[in-house]
Design a protein around this ligand. Sequence first.
Ligand code: IMP
Length: 423
Amino acid sequence: MAVDLLLGLQWGDEGKGKIVDVLTKDYDIIARFQGGPNAGHTLEFDGIKHVLHTIPSGIFHKNAINVVGNGVVIDPVIFKKELDNLKKFDIDIKSKLLISRKAHLILPTHRLLDAASEASKGKAKIGSTLKGIGPTYMDKTGRNGMRIGDLELDDWKDKYRALANKHEAMIDFYDVDIQYDLKDLESDFCEAVEELKKLTFIDSEEYLYQAQKKGKKILAEGAQGSLLDIDFGTYPFVTSSNTTAAGACTGLGVAPNQIGDVKGIFKAYTTRVGSGPFPTELFDEDGETMGRVGNEFGATTGRPRRCGWLDLVALKYAVQINGVTVLMMMKGDVLSGFKKIKVCTAYNYKGETISHLPYNIEVENVTPIYTEMEGWKQDLTKMTSADELPKNLNAYIDFLETALEVPIKIVSVGPDRTQTIHR
Ligand code: IMP
């Protein structure tokens, strides 16, 4: 039985949480494969809004098992808060949430290092969520990291101490003004670790292998988006993991020939939080309207998201890198009311027209070339079937499908689970 993937194709915040929640009824297991609490997956149902950071978005479905894979980085303190927020839902966490022993731990000093690193960069800062993601993945690839499995050892605190000491020396090296009380942070960390230890730790690659053999249906849930991928994103303004399809193989231990559908999610326009190039970014009333109507504020940091028209050059690149087989378009409702809809179909790159994503998409090198389409006025948020969609929206969807050569199977018309149109 193949493992399907669900990936964000832009700079994150495409609405993966909602779609995983919608799709969970078709799957036995939902598995997160990378990233950490830098993610904020928002789910809405029954009039309530939930934001998850590390816990997979299948947690609200009774029958789904949720796996936090080896590629994920876990901050025990944030994880504990997420668990506390779930208490009111009567979920059997011990059996429904399984954590890979190989997942790495975010230490309090990783968070401080993130802050020190960003402060030292001045204007060149990444715009990190400051959750300690970069420093934790640095320790992972530097072969110094602490893993969930270490917490099962008697001497885990010695390991912690050695690593934290090293981090303190590194924080001094940055020579920036970071105020902190490590004793307090450590006491929260140790308390949260004790909570974490009550959960179920597994050898997740073996668990998922056996699940596949038994014919269980597995959905691998990505975090962030393809343009934030450490290799293929807008480096260095990226996150520190592989957010693209191959990341699901390394982040879960799933063999490449076991990958089935690759479901790619994109917004009908584009957003980005943090620094870095964004060729179709708008600084006018249209951009302001997208942000306001789309409620474009970071689910983790609350920062306003930068907004702009859909960038088909970048989207095509993501479809190609990931081998996307099915597309899902989110937030179509936000574009209702725009007289004209623009789509960037090529770049003017240093005077030349190109239709692929070049090495450098900084604004001084790239000017977007737009195709203009007619907008639609109708409110989509109460629509329930594809037949109801306005003619001009269908023309927009057809245009994108033709350009991307992949069918758009879901059009989301609002944040709630029920505001989802299948085509
Ligand atoms: P970090 O992963 O927190 O180090 O942040 C690196 C970059 O990725 C920054 O530009 C963040 O704003 C961005 N980023 C990280 N996680 C997310 C996410 O879940 N959604 C959108 N952007 C993100």
